[in-house]
Ligand binder design. Structure first.
Ligand code: GLA
Length: 346
């Protein structure tokens, strides 16, 4: 297994950015940029041993800086939406950027996906990795408290991409860190993901309003287009989903904070399988509904449904929903979240 580091140039603001390459003995390779903690490439074998890059993204830092829909990025401070960009914590109201209609999305105007993280290589018997650290100052993007986040990406011997998140604060705050990989198990340039077969370990989901803010209801998936409790093609009922496809938070059956299977996805032509394990109580299933061909990445044109995202998380708008699992972090506490994307073939 190996870890290599190369310079990836500078941001427009003049910050140096590095690109780490993790490789295991199976020839599986992940490239991770210190800008946004972006997984820019992820090569996985198919059933015949042929490698393909299974994540959407760009070739250069300049393309990422020019704007992209969170391809492969780390998301913070708050993954997904906060209604009207407002919440009250310990009696004080906070106002965040309204960067998605009237709502706040993925941390605001300059979220963690656009920050340059400090990096160091990490290695264990079982894995090669990179540990990323970012200190978000008090008041950044409107959030209270100085928040120190570390994210360790590891590529294991068993073709897993493991992500370990930790964070501490010096003042009460809210957070919801996640990873926004856009996966296509046929290869990032292979067309749409409608034939991928999806299983999600969730009997319930959080219905949303037109602005994609949860209504507060926790609804059963049974008998609806949301039901992926049994293996089902992503495209089987997608035409009946309001808003052009899935963009919903699933209430995972496992709610106790231990690692549990959240989803399994397979693609029959290549035989590639991806399983997602997480400690989080929720997962956003997003089918690239906003991709419109304008994102030309790594030589491919990404049209609608060119990829799917499985963003392990707390539920959207939790700061305004005391009935949802809590997202408040206080001084002296440590936020933890582990997610594993495990690849295999069948
Ligand atoms: C998340 C959101 C989507 C969309 C994508 C990025 O999945 O829920 O609505 O914003 O990120 O385009």
């Amino acid at each position: 297994m190996s870890i290599t580091k190369e310079s990836w140039g500078e941001t427009k603001a003049g910050e140096a950015v590095d690109l780490y390459t993790l490789e295991n003995a199976n020839g599986v390779r992940a490239k991770i940029a210190t800008y946004g903690g972006i997984v820019t490439e992820l090569y996985m074998p198919d059933k015949d041993g042929n490698m393909a890059d299974v994540v959407c993204g760009h070739k250069t830092l300049a393309e990422y800086e020019a704007g992209h829909p969170y391809f492969g990025s780390l998301i913070g401070r708050y993954g997904n939406r906060i209604g009207k960009g407002k919440f009250t914590l310990e009696g004080k109201e906070y106002t965040l950027a309204a960067n998605n209609g009237e709502n706040h999305l993925h941390g605001g105007d300059v979220g963690f996906d656009k920050k340059v993280w400090k990096a160091e290589a990490v290695e264990s018997d079982n894995s090669v990795g990179v540990k990323l650290t970012y200190v978000s100052v008090d008041g950044e993007e409107g959030y209270p408290g100085r928040l120190t986040s570390t994210v360790v990406y590891e590529l294991t011997r068993d073709n897993e991409l493991k992500i370990d998140y930790k964070a501490t604060t010096d003042e009460a705050t809210v957070l919801n860190l996640t990873h926004h990989g856009y996966f296509n198990l046929g290869g990032h340039d292979s067309g749409d993901i409608l034939d991928h077969v999806m299983t999600i370990a969730a009997d319930r989901y959080t219905p949303v309003d037109e602005g994609l803010i949860p209504t507060g209801e926790i609804a059963p998936v049974a008998g609806t287009v949301m039901d992926f409790t049994k293996p089902t093609a992503i495209g089987a009922r997608i035409k009946d989903v309001a808003g052009g496809g899935y963009d919903h938070n699933y209430v995972l059956n496992n709610q106790d904070g231990s690692m549990a299977l959240a989803a399994r996805v397979s693609e029959s032509e290549t035989g590639r399988v991806m399983e997602v394990y997480t400690t989080e109580p929720g997962m956003q299933f997003y089918t690239g509904n906003f991709l419109d061909g304008s994102n030309k990445g790594k030589g491919a044109v990404y049209n609608k449904h060119a990829a799917f995202c499985l963003e392990t998380q707390h539920y959207p708008d939790s700061p305004n929903r005391p009935e949802f699992p809590p997202v408040v972090l206080r001084p002296g506490e440590t936020y933890t979240h582990t997610t594993v994307y495990r690849f295999s073939v069948e």
